[in-house]
Design a protein around this ligand. Structure first.
Ligand code: ADP
Ligand code: MG
Length: 720
């Protein structure tokens, strides 16, 4: 542990730890895990209890997924070439199968008939109903001559981490353990000591240790607490995250209140007339109202702090366009950030067309551009030849200079974090209000209503306007809930009918590739199956791991009607707007949140035609069916979001799926709301006392606010 005293170890790349080579590091980086600090923040999803030795006879009575250690004689070994290895264990006349897929060639040898072996693993219900051990670990070596299991390396309580693509779980586990061992003690305590005491929180170092390496002697009650995300260590991490965010928000709010914004002293009525002339439809009264409200904000010297809330399809883009148009006429530049490249491209296309009729010059920037194009766009923005730059989180990366930066627009804000919205304001080389005396206006667009309890906290800095009217002629999407294969066949028949009638369809699957364990339906498998099945309809494929250019090609082909049915992951979830799309089939619907299902459903019927949605599931438990039936019966996005919150908790109020603290803990929404509120009160009390966080005991906090707040934010994840 040579590095144990070096505080910089926290910020060193994961390769500083034994066992992480450049290839592993690159794969971890794709998951947002770059530094040792990131590994410490990679929290387990749950724990497996390998402390009890079970007799084989008891396994049948345990639930699937239960972790056990068994010790028994090998009765029979059946290797199936490289594909499969089955080992039958026997004890007191009871036989249980252990099964490995793609076993290592050498493994067979370790299971000779008649040997006594010990295996640690999770139970699974096989197709024939028998209980089996799936991919257990051979722990025979640990058992020689000793009764005590707990504490033996890996045999106590084992954390279960989220999957990292192409990095084996064992490796992730080992690296996090190394990070905890060498670096947990280096993490500074951000919460002032007095506050941590009042809440009775353990120190940050202890919290991290308890979460990553729970004590093997943990009682059942304490383990249950940990599994529920309610352990003091978990509460501390969650609270700290909320608290830092609240301090950051409060300071941001303060800064905006005291700074000057880009004042648009131009004729709002003329700008509105020009927007009307550029748009291919009549603005609804609601849109006009929203635009006038924004124009009033933009005409004042105080930086605007607005959230525009409106259900899926309510026409928020046109309102954002009108705002950017006013800014452009006043000589300022705007940035619009969207969560996916597909959406950024779509906005680029739409806004370029509208802008062309209103003298608003629009550009697009995302990571998928080739280098010359990227350079050209950056140069055009820097010379002021682009008034509105549309992009992804690539806007937040270096190299962008926006000399007349006046307005930051965040689309689909629930896919970003509060920190990213602050970062977008600072994108483009805008440094500090002290220097320029200017602070860009902010407009965030959201389809997800924020419940009142949280609106106060995560969005307390924003003034709200609501688009409560959808464009004329829209019909509710007829939504069918279907269980099992017969329902799936019905759905395909409906897709065929829709295509024959001149419509287009989406088929949404939760995974890109097949996962043996999770059994999620994959786009690749479904695509292969549907292509012949739906012929002559032309079937296309879209997911977030396809090269950017290919994704764009597919979207262009779909928009042009050269593809009839698009099999896709949730890259479609946000914003995608294709007029002819009239049917969407969602596989494994139980895997999605209610608000997410509503968003996906919002992809169809956008031109006012009759449209339908099939929610397919293989799960038959009543809770799941209830949840899905609720979405099927309700077309009001606001009610759906509230129900979603009630059932799942505000997993992503801060929108940062990667860091996950907030996403992981506390299923109970009331508890979360209360904790957020506490964090807000504490933040305000502390800032009232020490607004600049200048006191020495606040220096770790100040640093956390500055780095976490303004650091390059985690990349919004595209599910898939
Ligand atoms: P969202 O609020 O979900 O972002 P969009 O801005 O993408 O919605 O608008 C949804 C669709 O409705 C788009 O195809 C858009 O062109 C269309 N639309 C927006 N406003 C109107 C309107 N006033 N009349 C008719 N169609 C409209
Ligand atoms: Mg939108």
């Amino acid at each position: 542990m040579a590095g144990a005293l070096d505080p910089s170890l926290l910020d060193q790349p994961v390769t500083a730890l034994a066992g992480a080579g450049p290839v592993t590091a690159a794969r971890l980086a794709e998951r947002g895990l770059e530094s040792v600090r990131d590994l410490l923040g990679f929290l387990p999803l749950g724990y497996e209890d390998f402390r009890t030795l079970y007799p084989l006879s008891e396994l049948a009575g345990l639930p699937a997924g239960h972790a056990v250690v068994v010790r028994a004689l090998v009765r029979r070994v059946r290797p199936f070439f490289r594909r499969l290895l089955d080992v039958y264990l026997e004890q007191d006349g009871v036989q249980v199968r252990a099964r490995w897929f793609r076993p290592n060639p050498g493994m067979v040898k370790t299971y000779a008939k008649g040997n006594l072996v010990a295996l640690a693993g999770c139970l699974r219900r096989a197709k024939d109903g028998a209980v089996e051990l799936i991919h257990p670990r051979n722990v025979t070596a640990f058992m020689t001559g000793q009764a005590g299991w707990g504490g033996e390396s890996g045999l106590g309580l084992r954390p279960r981490y989220p999957e990292v693509e192409k990095v084996p779980g064992r490796v992730v586990e080992k690296l996090v353990a190394a990070a905890v061992e060498q670096a947990a003690g280096l993490v500074p305590d951000v919460l002032p000591l007095g506050m941590a005491k009042r809440f009775d929180f353990p120190s940050i170092a202890d919290s991290l240790r308890q979460i990553h390496q729970p004590d093997a002697s943990l009682s059942r009650e304490k383990l249950a607490e940990l599994l529920a995300g309610q352990a003091p260590a978990q509460r501390r991490l969650a609270f700290e995250d909320l608290f830092v965010a609240q301090v950051g928000l409060a300071r941001e709010r303060d800064r905006a209140r005291h700074a000057r914004g880009w004042r648009c002293e131009v004729d709002g009525e003329a700008a509105l007339a020009s927007a009307r002339a550029a748009l291919p439809f009549m603005l609804t009264a609601g849109q006009e109202r929203a635009i006038r409200t924004l124009y009033a904000d933009l005409g004042s010297t105080t930086p605007m702090q607005r959230m525009l809330q409106g259900d899926v399809g309510s026409g928020k883009t046109a309102v954002a366009f009108a705002a950017a148009l006013l800014i452009g006429r006043a000589g300022g530049q705007s940035l619009l950030m969207a969560p996916t490249e597909v959406l950024a491209e779509q906005h680029g296309r739409t806004l370029t067309a509208w802008g062309g009729k209103a003298d608003l010059r629009v550009g697009v920037l995302h990571a998928g551009l080739d280098a010359p194009t990227r350079r050209r766009v950056l140069a055009a923005v820097a010379t002021g030849a682009i008034d509105l730059l549309v992009g992804t989180h690539a806007l937040l990366e270096g190299g962008l200079r926006v000399p007349r930066m006046a307005l930051a627009i965040v689309d689909e804000q629930h896919r970003f974090g509060v920190r990213q919205r602050a970062a977008l304001r600072r994108a483009g080389g805008w440094i500090s209000d002290e220097k320029t005396g200017m602070f860009p206006h902010l407009l965030v667009l959201s389809a997800t209503p924020i419940p009142r309890s949280l609106a106060l906290t995560a969005y307390g800095d924003l003034d709200l306007i609501t688009l409560d009217e959808t464009p004329p002629g829209r019909q509710a999407v007829a939504t069918h809930l279907g269980v099992g294969e017969a329902a799936r066949r019905e759905a395909w028949a409906a897709v065929r009918t829709a295509v024959v009638a001149g419509g287009q369809g989406f088929v949404v699957c939760p995974a890109i590739v097949e996962h043996k364990q999770t059994r999620r339906t994959s786009v690749l498998a479904r695509f292969r199956e549907l292509r012949p099945l739906l012929a002559p309809a032309r079937v296309g494929l879209l997911h977030g791991q396809m090269p950017s250019a290919e994704q764009q090609e597919v979207m262009v082909a779909f928009r042009a009607g050269k593809i009839d049915v698009l099999v896709a992951t949730t890259v479609l979830e946000v914003g995608v707007d294709v007029a002819r799309a009239s049917i969407v089939v969602i596989e494994d619907a139980e895997r999605f949140g209610l608000a997410q299902l509503h968003q996906l459903r919002g992809r169809v019927g956008r031109a006012g035609q009759a449209a339908s949605c099939f929610l397919l599931t293989g799960v038959r438990d009543s809770e799941t069916l209830d949840r899905l039936a609720f979405v099927a019966a309700t077309s009001d996005g606001f009610r759906i979001a509230e129900e979603d919150l009630r059932r799942r908790g505000p997993g992503e109020i801060y929108g940062e799926r990667q860091t996950g603290v907030v996403g992981l803990w506390l299923r109970d929404p009331v508890g979360v709301a209360a904790l957020v509120e506490r964090a807000r009160q504490e933040a305000q009390a502390l800032l009232a006392e020490d607004p600049a966080l200048a006191a020495p005991e606040h220096s770790a906090l100040r640093q956390a606010v500055e780095t976490r707040w303004l650091r390059r934010p985690p990349i919004a994840e595209e599910a898939g």
